[in-house]
Design a protein around this ligand. Structure first.
Ligand code: C5P
Length: 291
């Protein structure tokens, strides 16, 4: 029987980037929030392993195929724990943008780990395997909201009162995360500091305070690489968003709004402003990879 697992995208409500480490990664302090934009991963037993991607053509076109895909590597890590040379057919149903700063590739990898462990009935240390695959993969196993340190793999759950509503502005084409970090190293922007205000706003369930405290050290780098995002952020501010921020390494932009009604109205107005490839309302926090 095939196994299907649904997995959310993430936004970084706060992202403080430290200096580049010896291993090439940057020490992070970030507040992750999983949001209601989902990919679904299906795995089924097969003689030969394969990967199929299903979804809007502009997304499918951008997904790395075969061995380069993180989902493929995730399946291989779980297969290594089985007694047999198990093959698997992986199908990715994509909605999360590719190279959009929302952890789409990491989400697919997290879902594939969960799905393959269930398919083959092997006990695996999911967080340990996730950390081998990428910085955002461990968070997307559990989802919800978490404070992360290290590369993003050391996680502490964060208390959140109620739900927060967002509008996501998707861009034309992605940004390569290593390019954004390289630009960050060159620009060395003034650091955003600790995440206290974001954590307090989440605990209080206060969208206005959260909107005012969103912060991302990678935003100046993303804006340098994709100047058109300035117009996206400005349009959102003009339309009355409580706050706007580039998601992770970009180029997706997230706007915080007061409630679900405001999200529907704001999304329509933002789409009309013509500053994004497409626009969609979402809420968070939501749970991580689930069957
Ligand atoms: O861990 P992941 O493969 O998602 O990271 C992609 C790239 O982003 C890394 O190769 C590195 O260039 C950059 N990165 C970083 N510091 C982090 C996370 C990612 O420099 N903490």
């Amino acid at each position: 029987m095939p196994v299907a697992v649904r997995v959310p995208a993430k936004v970084n409500l706060h992202l403080a980037v430290g200096p580049r480490r010896e291993d090439g990664y940057h020490e992070l302090e970030t507040v992750f929030c999983a949001v209601s934009l989902y990919d679904e991963v299906t795995v089924a037993p097969a003689q030969r392993s394969s990967l199929e991607v299903v979804g809007p053509p502009d997304l499918v076109r951008q997904v790395p195929s075969g061995e380069d895909n993180l989902a493929f590597r995730a399946a291989r890590l779980v297969a290594a724990q089985t007694e047999t040379e198990a093959g698997v057919r992986i199908t990715l149903h994509k909605s999360i943008p590719v190279a959009g700063g929302m952890g789409g590739g990491s989400a697919d990898a997290a879902a594939t780990l969960v799905a393959c462990a269930r398919l083959w009935g092997v006990p695996v240390d999911l967080p340990a395997l996730a950390a081998q695959l990428g910085s955002d993969v461990p968070f997307l196993l559990d989802g919800r909201a978490a404070l992360a340190h290290g590369r993003g793999e050391r996680l502490t759950p964060v208390l959140v009162r109620g739900a927060f509503h967002l509008v996501l502005a998707f861009a034309h084409g992605g940004l390569a995360t290593p390019d954004v970090y390289r630009t960050f190293d060159a620009l060395r922007p003034a650091p955003v500091g600790p995440p206290d205000a974001v954590l307090a706003a989440l605990a209080a369930g206060d969208p206005a305070a959260l909107g005012a405290s969103l912060a991302n050290d990678l935003q100046p780098a993303a804006l340098a690489l994709r100047p058109a995002l300035r117009a996206t952020l400005a349009a959102g501010e003009e339309l009355g968003a409580l706050g706007g921020i580039v998601c992770g390494s970009g180029p997706t932009v997230a706007f915080l709004v007061r409630d679900s009604d405001s999200a529907v109205r704001f999304a329509a107005a933002l789409a009309g402003a013509g500053v994004a490839q497409s626009v969609r309302a979402a809420h968070g926090p939501v749970p991580g990879a689930r069957g």
